[in-house]
Design a binder for this molecule. Structure first.
Ligand code: HEC
Length: 105
């Protein structure tokens, strides 16, 4: 009996470790938002367009997606270059803009 318990504990531990490192390798849009953008865009610090507030985002979206991605990468007024996301790609920024500019679903 004893060796069996030991084995299943090991499998369980391996499964937990694997799922944790899986998250670290490919964060979802929401996880990236929470980690990087939330600190300012949750409450609209320093005129930041608020998350899930399409009205606040409308004038921003009118600039076009590529211009917005450039704003993030270069920084804009109180927003630091990259928006505090060290590992975001252009595609991530586009997904984050969509995430923030649509109502919570
Ligand atoms: C330190 C605070 C801060 C963080 C962190 C931050 N932002 Fe911002 N963001 C701002 C502020 C402030 C503005 C408004 C700037 C202005 O128009 O004066 C802004 C504006 C924007 C805009 C509109 C740009 C434009 O051209 O109108 C986009 C898009 C944006 N943020 C995306 C992001 C994304 C995506 C993240 C996370 C990866 C992020 N921001 C993280 C503060 C922040």
């Amino acid at each position: 009996m004893k060796p069996m318990i030991h084995t299943s504990a090991c499998i369980l531990l391996a499964a937990v470790t694997a799922s944790v490192s899986g998250i670290a390798l490919s964060d979802s849009v929401e996880e990236k938002y929470q980690r990087a953008c939330h600190v300012c865009h949750a409450t609209g610090v320093a005129n930041a367009p608020k998350v899930h507030d399409p009205e606040a985002w409308k004038p921003r979206l009118d600039k076009g997606m590529d211009a917005l991605v450039e704003s993030i990468k270069n920084g804009l007024n109180a927003m630091p270059p990259g928006g505090m996301c060290a590992d975001c790609t252009d595609e991530d920024y586009k997904a984050l803009i969509k995430y923030m500019s649509t109502p919570k679903g």
